[in-house]
Design a protein around this ligand. Structure first.
Ligand code: ADP
Length: 432
């Protein structure tokens, strides 16, 4: 405790009062001391008024100037106010960091009050649920996300244990999305909703399911033919004319080969999808093109004119096995989809610092609406035609994968009835 103030005031009164008592008598001394006491009181009143005025000003207002005990009191108060302001600023900063962290979460977060009204929502949840924080905070969430299963899910949040199972929902407000929503009880009856986007996973699951269905479907027909023949053979073919037996044998062989091609293509695709990037070999383009040309001529069996125009770089960096598979897939498609008498041109030329391999045919062509989907597995313009000419529906999917692994792109130009050109463009770093 600081007694400086009262002691000092008392000392002043004594210092003036006592000599005055002896010099001018008691009455005058009392008057002098009284006047001095009033003066001191007025000074304290003034400091109290300044203190009140300062306290009423916003935080950070300059401290009134004062000496002595009042000065020290002002300083002490000022220090306290500064500490409090600093603590508040730190708290605010911490809150802001929490808010920013919640906003940056990859999951959507919604805080609901005990009545189910939105108290807070992060931008991710706004996007996923199709809500707008500015407009929808303060609204009951059940009025905005109206799917019956979501309403039921909200109701279950009040219960404990198993009943609070997560929800997978396709909200009407954000079409095409599949959301996974979990709820967690949160301070004083509030609910925290965590919203995850499963759209991509759901799409992958659909692709996987379609793929399995497609493979099974593709295998079923040839297997049925082979089985049918084997059963007939087991029951005895003694009475069947030999030509007929030969015909069925050929048919069964055809279908067995089809299954074999399908399995080979599936294995190639799966290797392309799972293997590490291709080994960097310096592929001799001239030899590669000669091999592809030879295969094309053999496959065509003289039904087409096959041309080779090569003016591009001598070396392509990548996997010779994969590049061979991609180039010959494009060339074999040209043979299979070009009627007899047509022309197939294999071209290799420099392009934009890199190079391009093109296969142009004068075949049946492709309607433009099919072009964007041709590289999907099992996508065919005409399923029957593709099967009849030995297609598996996987050739262009393989080409696409190989090219992606070599940072190359595939461009398809085609006109129904007059032919197609498939062009694979390689970047500069792939050629030499
Ligand atoms: P497929 O084994 O059926 O040929 P692909 O994946 O190689 O499978 O090709 C997909 C589809 O693209 C084919 O079924 C065919 O409809 C079409 N296509 C591919 N190449 C050509 C081409 N050169 N001319 C016309 N259509 C083609």
């Amino acid at each position: 405790m600081n007694h400086g103030g009262p002691l000092k005031a008392g000392a002043w009164l004594a210092a003036i009062g006592l000599p005055a008592w002896f010099l001018v008598g008691p009455l005058a001394a009392l008057l002098a001391v009284g006047a001095l006491a009033l003066l001191l009181l007025a000074r304290h009143e003034r400091q109290i008024a300044r203190l009140t005025e300062w306290a009423e000003q916003p935080l950070g207002a300059p401290l009134p100037e004062a000496g002595g005990a009042w000065g020290r009191a002002f300083m002490a108060l000022h220090r306290r106010a500064r500490q409090a302001a600093q603590q508040r600023a730190e708290l605010q900063e911490m809150m802001e960091r929490f808010r920013l962290a919640a906003e940056a979460l990859p999951e959507g977060v919604v805080i609901l009050d005990p009545g189910g009204t939105i108290e807070w929502i992060n931008p991710r949840a706004e996007l996923l649920l199709g809500l707008d924080g500015k407009r929808d905070i303060g609204m009951p969430v059940a009025h905005l996300v109206r799917e019956p299963e979501f309403i039921e899910f909200l109701r279950r949040q009040k219960q404990a244990g198993e009943a609070r199972a997560p929800l997978t929902v396709r909200p009407l407000r954000s079409p095409g999305r599949v959301l996974h929503i979990r709820g967690a009880p949160f301070s004083a009856g509030r609910t925290l909703l965590l919203v995850e986007d499963l759209t991509q996973l759901d799409r992958l699951e659909t692709v996987r399911r379609d793929f399995v269905a497609n493979v099974s479907h593709e295998m079923r027909t040839p297997l049925t033919v082979v089985l049918g023949f084997l059963e007939t053979a087991r029951d005895g073919v003694a009475d069947t004319p030999p030509e007929e037996v030969a015909h069925y044998l050929d048919l069964a062989l055809d279908h067995a080969r089809r299954m074999q091609r399908l399995i080979e293509d599936l294995l190639t695709l799966s290797t392309l999808e799972t293997d590490a990037p291709p080994q960097e070999e310096a592929v001799d383009v001239e030899a590669l093109l000669a091999a592809v040309r030879e295969e094309t001529v053999a496959l065509s069996g003289g039904r087409h004119e096959v041309l080779l125009e090569s003016s591009g770089p001598a070396v392509l960096f990548g996997s010779s096995r994969e590049l061979h598979s991609a180039f010959s897939n494009l060339a074999s498609n040209a043979v299979r989809y070009t009627p007899s008498g047509g022309r197939i041109t294999l071209r290799w030329h420099a392009q934009d610092g890199g190079a391009a391999f093109e296969v142009a045919d004068t075949g049946i062509g492709i309607d433009s609406r099919h072009i964007p989907r041709l590289t999907e597995r099992f996508y065919r313009v005409d399923r029957g035609r593709s099967r009849d000419c030995g297609g598996t529906g996987l050739g262009l999917a393989i080409v696409k994968h190989v090219l992606e692994r070599h940072q190359a792109t595939l461009a398809i130009r085609s006109k129904l009835g007059s032919g197609s050109t498939f062009a694979a463009s390689f970047p500069a770093k792939r050629v030499g």
